[in-house]
Design a protein. Sequence first.
Lengths: 325, 318
Amino acid sequence: MPTEDVRSQKGAKASERLRRLLVIVPYLVQHQGCEVAEVARLFDIDEKDLVADLHLLFMTGLPPYGPGDLIGVELEDGRVWVDMADHFSRPLQLTRTEALSLYLRGTALAAAPGLQEAPALASALGKLRDELGPEALGGPPERVEAATDERPAETLDALRRAVADSERVEIEYYAASTAETTTRRVDPEEVFFAIGNWYVAAWDHLSGEERLFRADRVHLITPTGERFQPRELAGAGRPLYTPGEGDVPVRLLLGAGARWVAEYYETSSETDRDDGAIEVVLPAGRLEWVARLVLRLGDEVTVLDPPGLKDRVRELASRTLERYE
Amino acid sequence: MHPLERLVNLVALLLEARKPLTFEQIRDKLEGYEDSNLASAKRKFERDKDILRDIGVPIDLAPTDAWDVEEGYLIRKEKYYLPEISFTPEEISALFVAARSVGEGEDGSAEQGARKLLAGADGGIITGVSSGPLVAGGDVPGVLLIAAAEAALQQRSVRFGYRTARGAPSERLVDAYGLVYRSGHWYLVGLDREREEIRAFRLSRVTDGPDVTGEGSAPPDDFRAGAHVQAGPWGAGEPEERARVAFAPEVAWWATSGVPAADVLGARDDGWVEALVPAGPGDDLASWVLSFGPDVEAVEPDWLRAEVVARLEAARAD
């Protein structure tokens, strides 16, 4: 018996290893002869740790713990077979928190417009509702719902394909920060859904840096046929707005009706005032979007800094008024 | 003997026991509790029991016979085992994509749950397990979301601190009726006991709690939680009429796609695209129009056009 394998995990708590085993063993029973590497991947565990757990597993069983009562584990050519483990042929029921976390996340994701996994996700959630039922979730699942009334970004599938194939693409993009449409070559590395929108994290050849693009603002996407080497961009792990060197701190006083701005945009400081107003500093690379924001907020906002922003707003207002004259 | 070995054997023993086993019987059958001192063996067993309960193993205490003289431990199979559910590789992959969404205070519960379902996966390639997250930025901590969901599912009355959209702090007592996800945010919908009205509360604005105060009331028969969380890109309101808005060719395609109920009428001679969007007196449609600057024009109705012009003139004179 390779006891050193068992000891190698002394650091891992017995409770964690037990939690893992009660889930992995049923998988092995149901999928006889599966590859150890595949099991390690599925359960996000080191192959070495998995093998150590399996070595320990075949010292367990039922009374009187004779040779015929112990679980049989056979490891050969990187594959694994388990027998005499009928009592572990089905996994432990999901805890309330596990069932709810999974169900809620699934419900939220299913609401993402244009998700290619949507049909599979919907039927999987249906099975959770029907088979796990109110008992596991704690009540009638129809009390949880997601509204899906947004339209999918039409370019989403093409973007996800480009990510999967590491293909450089040319996009026509409308940037809200400058209110301009540009054509640029990008190397898209990751597509993800965040706070109601799809984003693509890409290396942008126009600016020579990593950028996030909102998928619904990518108007046209043209494949270039060129492949790129992924740069392991931060992608979904990073904040949606990255401060740049040319950023100007914009200081605004937001009335009660404009407080949402502090929630919606990345701010570098927020100071509450007694009257319900809030003073915020937003780092902004461009003033165009801030001017539009100020116009939108009307008398709910007072511009404190920079001085040039007020002129921008006045100029934007006159330019817009021309439409109505 | 390794503690893990003892724990695995304990689960197996209690699962397969035909009747509840007393600690003495367990100690007798199972290796690992043979400490000479009964009290310390019993303490070890208590610790093991806590570990099992902690990871969700349902251990019950029940009389060992019909005369109720002694009580023993057992694991009821119907409570322990996950029901048999089979999933296609696509379904499991989709669940993993959902489970791996990055959120605030993520504790891995969703992923642990998804892994338990793997045993029921049909053969085939399962993706989504190791790829990057497809979803990011859930805006509420998992604990808060779970607490709100449990309140809604179990129809509880809850008390929580809440900061309104206008920033005012408040305390609410709400009979939870439902939980709704919309445009990136979770909302708890329920009867606000003080205001005697059904309201929606955005979870990211909950400042503390929710704490369960007791049983809640039942929702009205025709209740639909989703109906209480309506929001256009310009804010909440009951649409009563439709406004005609023209978009510069550059922005038309995405501006209209951001309005769920927009009807695109088509391009005018000057290339601008006209669309009908829902509008009501409670809406802040003028603000939304203004956020596009010179790229959008409010065409109809007159009150909207007048409001936009008045606000532009005020901004020009400021």
